[in-house]
Design a protein around this ligand. Structure first.
Ligand code: CU
Length: 183
């Protein structure tokens, strides 16, 4: 979609513009991934506002093996750094913290990375995450190995892939309502 078309949309009422945007943006289909005993479903990322320093990506990871595995994000084409974060409430403020040594997925366990929960953080974005495009990242499982995953990008503030914007808490990088613990 061209910039001119987007400008035209801005003149329409919000509801209509949203409906049109949903029709116009053909979201990239999410693919499932298998590596060793690990199964990854529903990878997706959230679009970022212009100038945002960081973005978030999500997915569901199942360990069908008999031993625990640990996953870390090695790199992303979209950002200088890539980490997996947990979220905790601290005096009413949501704080996120990098998972040290990788996120553990026990045998038979399914871990969902989702907004307001464990998530993948793309830090120091090289470009904004644009709805309808994809962001790629390389994940490394301690036992299963290394895999490239494509994250189709949903709307800014989307709470689930394909869901319209809003509803959830806006992710404004490491500022605003969310703070990152720096140990
Ligand atoms: Cu984070």
């Amino acid at each position: 979609m061209t910039n001119i078309a987007w400008k035209a949309l801005c003149g329409l009422t919000a509801g209509l513009a949203l409906a049109l945007a949903q029709l116009a943006a053909t979201p990239a289909e999410a693919t499932d991934y298998d590596i060793g005993s690990i199964h990854i479903t529903k990878p997706w990322a959230r679009a970022t506002p212009k100038g945002a320093a960081s973005g978030a990506a999500y997915m569901t990871i199942t360990n069908n093996g008999k031993t625990p595995d640990r996953v870390t994000c090695v790199s992303s084409e979209a950002s200088a750094e890539c980490q997996i974060h947990t979220m905790t409430m601290d005096n009413g403020v949501m704080k996120m913290r990098p998972v040290e040594g990788g996120l553990e997925i026990k045998p038979g366990e399914t871990v969902a990375l989702k907004p307001s929960g464990v998530h993948m953080m793309l830090i120091d974005l090289k470009h904004p995450l644009e709805q309808g495009k994809t962001a790629a990242a390389i994940l490394k499982f301690e036992h299963a190995g290394t895999i490239d995953v494509e994250y189709p990008i949903a709307a800014i503030g989307a709470t689930a892939p394909g869901a319209p914007a809003g509803g959830g808490m806006m992710m404004k990088g490491h500022g605003g309502m969310m703070q990152m613990d720096k140990d």
